[in-house]
Ligand binder design. Structure first.
Ligand code: OAD
Length: 236
């Protein structure tokens, strides 16, 4: 990797692997969420139309579970980088937990939505939400009982793609952490970043599906890898 002096703007993509050591299941590892549930049963607009109770119950359980988990050393290291890095920095997360924020990171963008929001399909407003949705609570904004999880389902467009592409265009360094590279458009960001001229680094437990696209890759648990990498970047 070029000397850090050349690096000013950083984009970091995180996935389920960054929260794995906090005890939150990933999607595709052995025993992961998609082995326990068929995607088409819980994570599509069609599933919600067909069996809303099943979908709401699935996300109610996940929303409850993440509130019992704590940020790990990888979240803490990224929050420190966010605090101390003087150039541009954006943490684009596919995760719908709030562990980056609870560790103190500020420059975070949730491209796949957030468990701790509810989205009213009547008035289109998103409200902070920690409780269940199964019992059809009223929207705090308009009173309609039409709240859904604020999660981007398969077949829906991820959030804030314009901002993400602007950041990728400006990036000198793109780092992908704890993601399998299976889900687009996030899986394509490494190629976008390369085309825009950034260096690319993968930090993941094992080679991801897109590992060949990265200039460099380090494999191991996020708590160890991310902490060491952040120390390097900050010159500690
Ligand atoms: P995956 O479950 O597909 O991939 C998790 C990756 O993290 C795998 O490559 C693991 O090897 C790696 N991993 C596991 N434990 C790790 C650890 N301790 N340290 C470092 N890496 C570790 O999860 P994502 O790539 O995040 O979308 O999945 C992408 C999207 O697919 C999710 O956002 C979700 C899902 O469908 C939506 O819900 C919209």
């Amino acid at each position: 990797m070029a000397g850090m002096k050349d690096i000013r703007n950083i984009v970091i993509l995180t996935g389920a692997g960054v929260s794995a050591e906090s005890g939150i299941d990933t999607f595709r590892d052995g025993g992961g969420l998609w082995e326990q549930h068929r995607v088409e049963d819980v994570a599509t607009p069609e599933a919600f139309a067909r069996d809303p109770d099943l979908v709401l119950r699935f996300y109610d359980m996940r929303r409850e579970a993440i509130q019992t988990k704590e940020p790990n050393a990888a979240h803490v290291a990224l929050a420190r980088l966010d605090r101390e890095w003087e150039g541009e920095l954006l943490i684009v997360t596919q995760n719908v937990d709030d562990l980056h924020e609870r560790a103190g990171a500020k420059r975070v963008l949730h491209m796949h939505g957030e468990h701790l929001n509810a989205w009213c399909t009547a008035c289109d407003v998103r409200s902070p939400w920690t409780g269940p949705l199964l019992d059809r609570p009223a929207c705090p904004q308009c009173g309609a009982a039409e709240l859904r999880p604020d999660i981007v389902w398969f077949g829906e467009m991820p959030y804030r793609m314009d901002e993400i592409f602007e950041a990728l265009e400006q990036a000198d360094l793109f780092v992908s952490i704890g993601t399998s590279g299976a889900v687009y458009p996030a899986a394509g960001f490494v190629r976008n970043a390369r085309e825009f001229g950034a260096e690319t680094l993968e930090l993941n437990l094992e080679p991801s599906q897109g590992t060949a696209w990265f200039d460099a890759a380090r494999h191991g648990p996020a708590t160890a890898l991310v902490s060491a990498w952040v120390d390097e970047v900050l010159g500690l």
